[in-house]
Design a protein around this ligand. Structure first.
Ligand SMILES: [Zn+2]
Ligand SMILES: [Zn+2]
Length: 142
């Protein structure tokens, strides 16, 4: 697993460092977490990695395209290491739970905008809003 992360870092000419590996591992195991959660996850295993180091690593990995930053609506920014596949998100209005929604494999129909206004479109970000199963159950039982 770790060697995958090393290969990813090398592919974008980034040095392999312990904080970078720790952040990538945290996001692999816990997709769609906010900055505070990434810090908590990383520091649980690596107490010597500072808050600031995690901030810096998140920014560097996002800039390098290894991490994707999503911010549905006015929610706090979340991070995930699943990048480059044009996947979308379904978000719960009540609790903020987020899940991945795939595009059709090998094809991204949502990239065909009904009117592209002359833009060359290379990415589409769709957010589906609704109520997650947990919140829906809670609402019924109340
Ligand atoms: Zn919910
Ligand atoms: Zn996702």
């Amino acid at each position: 697993m770790t060697s995958d992360f090393e290969a990813q870092l090398r592919a974008v000419s980034m040095r392999v460092t312990r904080p970078r590996l720790a952040v990538l591992a945290a996001l692999r195991d816990h997709p769609h977490v906010d900055t505070d959660a990434v810090i908590a996850l990383v520091r649980a295993n690596h107490p010597t990695i500072s808050h600031q180091a995690v901030y810096d690593v998140l920014r560097a990995l996002t800039d390098a395209g290894l991490v994707r930053r999503i911010q549905p609506g006015r929610a706090t920014a979340r991070y995930e290491s699943r990048v480059g596949d044009n996947h979308h998100h379904v978000v719960c209005r009540s609790c903020g739970a987020i899940a991945d929604v795939d595009c059709v494999v090998g094809h991204a129909p949502c990239l065909t905008a009904s009117d592209d206004h002359g833009f060359v479109v290379d990415e589409a970000e769709v957010v589906y809003w609704g109520t997650c199963p947990d919140c829906a159950t809670e609402r019924i039982s109340q």
